[in-house]
Design a protein around this ligand. Sequence first.
Ligand code: ADP
Length: 398
Amino acid sequence: MNALRMLPVDMDAGTIVVVVLGIVAVGCLGALLAFAVTRSKVEEARGRADSATADLASREEAAREQRAVQDLILASMQEGVLLLDPELGTAFANAALERHLGSRPASVSQLFPLDLREAVREVAESSAPITVEVERSAPSRWLRVTAAPAGDGSVLVVVTDITDARRIESVRRDFVANASHELKTPAASIQAAAETLRSVVDDDPEAVTRFATQLEREALRLSRIVADLLDLSRLESGSELSERVRLDALVREEAERYEDQAREANVRLTVQAPTPATVRGAARDLSLLARNLIDNAIRYTRPGGVVDIRVEKSRDEVELTVSDSGVGIPVRDLPRVFERFYRVDRARSRETGGTGLGLSIVRHVAENHGGSVSVTSELGAGSTFVVRLPTASTPGAD
Ligand code: ADP
């Protein structure tokens, strides 16, 4: 209306119509332009919102994945992990913690053993990390516990089962003590014999021979113990399983070496190894195994007795059996004869030159070769040792 009023008065109607149409057209164009600009802004904003939503979703997905990985790691850890909140209630506990402690504590007041609970309380109060070793009962396990502040009064507890490590440590300690004791005895005898020898050398020539013999015997004993200890320590790090070994031939050879000893002891030695029997392993170690079993069988059999050695092969096993008609082993000692330095009859073992390590060597060799050794015995009637080894796997080997 205002635009019409501003038109010059002398314009004819046609011109007015044209001008009005022009004005309308310009107005529409402006409106269209404004509409287009607004629409593009709206779309731009919607695009930004969509990408923010997608971004948020992908971040949530990444966080979920990260949490799943964390959960997997915590669930498959050997160490028990416990997170206590500032009120010392359980905020998180993994599966290993439940295994180590026997249950999932709901809070610090349910933590056992007591030493563990006290350690956690101490950390909560002092804010300094603590490591303690505690023993839990039924079943008895040793646990190493590290408790550390985790910020805001929370406490993080990590529990490791150290039962096996402690047992190995104690076995080693016992072994060193036993080995030292075993070495000390012949060493002391050698020293005593050498001193006596020096004092009798001038005035008692007969005694010289006696003491020299004693010296020789004890030196031999000492060197046997050292040799067995070296073998054992080598076997503890495994056997080289690189050879194909004909156990039948190896056992026949080893038995031959003992023919003289058997004859002297008046023990009849027989060997039956009729079929080829191949195992994968170390010939040197398998010879040690055979030697120790045959030597024992002869040493623990009285004159007039027999020692029978057999090698048999089944589809996937080779069986070496050494049985004797000797003194036998009491039932209560049977589970322990494979232990290092365990002897049923200390005097007899010593008299016959034993070291107490032979059967331990046998067990190591058998196990290193993926096999086993077992014993049955009847006191006064004899013993039978059976070694089972897997046959060499390559077809056509025999
Ligand atoms: P050692 O050197 O004393 O013979 P081993 O480790 O070879 O040690 O054997 C451990 C113990 O097992 C022996 O001291 C002996 O008491 C017993 N033993 C081993 N073999 C036989 C056997 N064939 N007959 C009876 N007792 C045996």
